[in-house]
Design a protein around this ligand. Sequence first.
Ligand code: TPP
Length: 332
Amino acid sequence: MTEWFASSDGEISSEQALDIYRVMLTIRSFESAAADLLAGGRLPGFLHLSIGQEGVAAGVCSALGPEDGITTTHRGHGHCIAKGGSVDRMMAELFGRGEGYCKGRSGSMHIMDADAGILGAHAIVGAGLPMAVGAAYSAKVRGERRVAVAFFGEGAVGEGVFHESLNLAALWSLPVVFVCENNRYAELSHVSMHLSAKHVADFGAPYGIPAATLDGNDVLAVASAARKAVGRARDGGGPTLLEFETYRWRGHFEGDPQRYRSRDEVASWQARDPVARFQERLEAGFAVDVAELDRIEREASTAVERAVEWAESLPPAPPTSLLEDVYRSGSA
Ligand SMILES: Cc1ncc(C[n+]2csc(CCOP(=O)(O)OP(=O)(O)O)c2C)c(N)n1
């Protein structure tokens, strides 16, 4: 099955490739800025960063249209940016400002933008899977050609909700793509300590769902597999399970002492940097010149710098706003 998902040359135009590159750099820039702001005491809250995993978010979302939906996790900044979320409103949310996506109440882990098809980030491991199945179910019963994508880590695979979601999606042949970012660790536990199968993709077969394990740090391979899975879902072919092998360069959360892995292991994955690899492909395969790549990089970092400047200049959301949008029954 993995061969069916293999990419072939000429699938992506130079314009699409540069757009994917811009998204990857925006994610890296956003998360690097957030890490520095938190370390410098300027940002409150908790951060789980996806630096090193940008290829999955950018590649998968390049296959989606505005009408399609995604659900994501506690490590979801990249998915939200790739799906068209505003870096301004995301940064305002991280700063706890009223202009943020959740009026400054949630911080990093609950970004949602229904207009952009970001159906929600969920801090509860596995929580996004049944919601994507629900979105796919609604598309099917309404006869709409929308597709839903559930992003999740391999840590979610040990949970019942992963299996319930795959079962119903297969049973009802729903237009959903399950995208696992297998970054080798769930919190402090290596995948070999919590997963019975060798690959997450092995769980596709029992449900009759096509599945493949692919290199998540090769963004063109990701984009190609995603296009096939999304196309299949849109044409009524049902769900697909894609497992992308990747790695988070930072700790599970910012501040994690990371005693569960070696510096050599981190370095070996940094040598497979999805951004640097794609940059080489763009120069060699797409004949893009370095000046153009530098321009895109500057634009991405300027957009993030402006977002930081704007968000930080806003006043914190007032405590009284906590009473807004709170529902209660009975008379006042
Ligand atoms: C249901 C549930 N159990 C436990 C946790 C605590 N927790 C937060 S992140 C995490 C690990 C998740 O690992 P994975 O799904 O592989 O995602 P990654 O952090 O690697 O992106 C755990 C156990 C939680 N948030 N929700």
